[in-house]
Structures are given as C-alpha cells and as structure tokens.
Unconditional design. Structure first.
Length: 146
C-alpha cells in the first residue's frame, strides 16, 4: 500500500491494525532493551503473589507494539517523527493476550515553521482479545506534505 501524505489524511478517518499475541519472547526482549527487569514482568513466582496473579507485559511494550502495528494497517503515512505522546495504561496486558490497535485521526494542521510538512494527531486504543481497551492515548506526529 502506498504511503499517504498530510494532504491525503482526513480528520475522523479510522484504521485498525492486525493483532499480535504477546509472548515471553516479547517481554524478555523488551526487558533487555529497556533494562526494566521488574519482577512483575519477568518472574512468574513473584507475579503470582501480586493483584494480577500472573506476569504482566511492560506498559511501554504495549505502546511500542501498538505503534509498530500501525505500519501493518491501512494507516500508511509519510511520517517524519513523533512529536508528543500522551498515554494511559487502562488495564494489564498479560502474556498470551492478543492485542491490536484502533486508530482515529483527531486533528491535522500545517506546520507553522516548515511548509513541506504538517502535524497530525492520532488517537490510539489498544484492545485485547476480549475487545477491552487496555491502553489508550494520543500521538502527535509530523507528516510530509505533497
């Protein structure tokens, strides 16, 4: 699918990503990269004694997966950079959960300083296999103009 430019994006358009099942591999690799080895994420015995009763994926891993899955959806844009994230962790993502993201364009405006780009604000909802929102937030990104 060809990437779209700022001028092609419509406020209100929605897109849904495919899902991915979060596994031990994802969690342990994210722990290694982020240096976050908190036992809730990495130690089954510890996690059993918490309010969750089992291991929970890192919150930022959920955000990273959602943003990565965006590239496998119909929301293909000529993005230059993320400018701002605002994010809420509404519920846990457990190992074995299959998550996907629903995206909706909230706003767009031409850049104030660069004529060849614009700023697009996208709402993300991360849903698990039960269609429960487990994370949500917004990303303001810079996108190339035609």
């Amino acid at each position: 699918m060809p990437k779209r430019f700022f001028d092609d994006i419509e406020i209100g358009e929605t897109h849904e990503t495919p899902g991915i099942t979060v596994t031990d591999w994802h969690v342990m690799n994210f722990a290694a990269v982020s240096m976050d080895f908190f036992e809730l994420h990495t130690n089954e015995e510890y996690a059993r004694r918490t309010q969750f009763g089992k291991r929970v994926a890192h919150g930022l891993l959920g955000l990273a997966i959602a943003d990565g899955l965006k590239h496998r959806s119909s929301f293909q844009v000529e993005a230059i950079a993320s400018l701002h994230w605002s994010w809420d962790f509404s519920g846990p993502i457990f190992l074995g959960d299959t998550i996907r993201a629903r995206l909706r364009v909230l706003d767009k405006r031409p850049s104030r300083s660069k004529r060849d780009r614009g700023v697009v604000t996208v709402r993300y909802e991360v849903l698990n296999q039960a269609d429960k929102i487990v994370q949500q937030g917004e990303n303001r990104m810079m996108v190339k103009r035609c």
